[in-house]
Write a protein that binds this ligand. Structure first.
Ligand code: NAP
Length: 413
């Protein structure tokens, strides 16, 4: 029996993420009233009928504003440690009746919470909170393979260790589908669901499937585990996490990840295959056309998602901006040099806002006009600085930027 849909508000944390976006969409389909906890409502880009409330899971007091009138709560704890989780769960447990938490298949019931990673510890806090709970212990998310997208787009090769490690990766829509059932039906209280995809697929095979879907030959190239370890530590900043992940993947060469039928048992529909996931995400792996790069670049700037904008730049991009010179070379080579230059130029400015015009596209190039509303801090002078940037695109990435100013920017003293 479905309950409370249309009566109590469902609060969704992580609503802008892989799983949360689908939880929101699928809840709306049931007619539920949905509130999303987001850190920045301006860039949440969620459907209009979702109520956005600003809050941060690391600032428990900020969560209270989101809780009024809430029935069920969808929780993910998007951190590698459980530090601060007790305080957050304490506040979150004040209003809702029911909590559905995205945990991980790694949790083992015969271990103490401390030995079960962040997920076991958060599960334990929830159990002790007095709320009705459902735990979704998910296998690896298929979205993890988006980490290969750059290599696939640019070189058609994925370099990673343990190509024969077999994983039962799950589609984020399936986790969301189970979550929505657990949020809106009574019968899941106290259930711990182990959720996986419908089959275990080796990593090398996943890469082949992505290539097939995208229409590009994509090859697997075995990477030494030690090199992958360094990359993981650089990306996650956590040595223990890198080591335990590598150890786990090594084991999957001989012991494939288990496969459960829980998605089908709960939702009535079989879990989606990895090939279905790859088809849903083909655009994420495809080499982008110039017009697509231009649109994504401009919209990333407009929504303040600079990380996404910088992700479209080639690491060895060249920037030609003679008026920024001040004795520096007029051409800078490589993203590191370009970022350093940008920090140097902006150090003396307070930027109040930026207007970004629609891109003008011609074959492999596009131009964008930016107008910065900014104050030059040393002189206190506020002005609008306009510039036009002409970008060249190759293989779906920006490889060159030429900058044209109306008036030279103030250069640091
Ligand atoms: N990847 C896997 O293989 C795997 C397997 C099992 C379990 N899990 C668990 O699944 C979760 C990740 O899910 P996902 O991939 O859907 O997430 P995601 O795409 O990485 O997105 C993270 C979400 O968390 C929100 N968030 C980040 N910091 C926050 C903060 N300080 N306060 C409030 N919200 C914050 C972000 O919202 P804003 O940035 O918009 O605020 C975003 O919506 C993690 O808890 C992970 O442990 C992952």
């Amino acid at each position: 029996m479905r309950l409370m849909v249309g009566q109590r508000t469902v609060l969704v944390t992580g609503a802008t993420g892989n799983v949360g976006r689908h939880v929101v969409a699928q809840l709306l389909d049931t007619g539920a009233r949905v509130r999303a906890l987001v850190r920045d409502p301006r860039i949440a880009a969620l459907p209009d009928d979702v109520e956005l409330v600003r809050g941060d899971l690391t600032e428990p007091e900020s969560l209270r504003a989101a809780l009024d009138g809430v029935g069920p709560l969808f929780l993910l704890w998007p951190f590698l440690s459980a530090e601060g989780a007790a305080e957050a769960v304490d506040v979150l447990a004040e209003h809702p009746r029911r909590i559905v938490y995205v945990s991980a298949m790694a949790v083992q019931d015969d271990l103490e919470p401390q030995a079960n990673g962040v997920w076991g510890q958060v599960e334990d806090l929830i159990k002790r909170s007095g709320l009705e709970w459902t735990f979704l212990r998910a296998s690896g998310f298929a979205t993890n393979t988006l980490g290969w997208a750059d290599q696939i787009r640019v070189e058609g090769i994925v370099r990673w260790p343990y190509g024969d490690a077999a994983r039962s990766l799950i589609h984020e829509r399936d986790i969301a589908a189970v979550a929505v059932r657990a949020l809106t039906e009574d019968r899941h209280t106290g259930a711990t669901y182990v959720l996986t995809g419908p089959e275990a697929v080796t990593q090398a095979e996943q890469v082949r499937i992505i290539g097939e879907v995208v229409g590009l030959p994509v090859h697997w190239e075995e990477l030494a585990p030690e090199v992958a370890r360094q990359q993981l530590v650089a990306a996650m900043g956590d040595l223990a996490f890198a080591d335990s992940s590598l150890e786990y993947w090594a084991r999957l060469r001989t012991e494939p990840e288990p496969v459960t039928r829980t998605v089908e048992e709960v939702t009535g529909t079989p879990a989606r295959t990895f090939a279905e996931w790859a088809r849903d995400h083909a655009d994420d792996f495809r080499r982008l056309a110039t017009a697509e790069v231009a649109e994504m670049y401009v919209s990333s700037f407009r929504t303040g998602n600079l990380g996404a904008a910088f992700g479209l730049l080639s690491p060895d991009m060249v920037r030609a901006a003679p008026m920024e010179g001040a004795g520096e070379p007029a051409e800078l080579r490589g993203l590191d040099a370009i970022m350093e230059n940008s920090q140097r130029l902006n150090a003396d400015y307070e930027i109040h806002g930026v207007d970004v015009d629609d891109p003008l596209v011609n074959q492999d190039r596009f131009a964008v006009r930016f107008a910065f509303d900014e104050t030059h801090i040393p002189t206190g002078k506020r002005r609008t600085t306009a510039k036009v940037c002409l970008y060249t695109v190759a293989d779906g990435r920006v490889t060159r930027e030429e900058v044209y100013y109306h008036e030279a920017p103030h250069l640091p003293a």
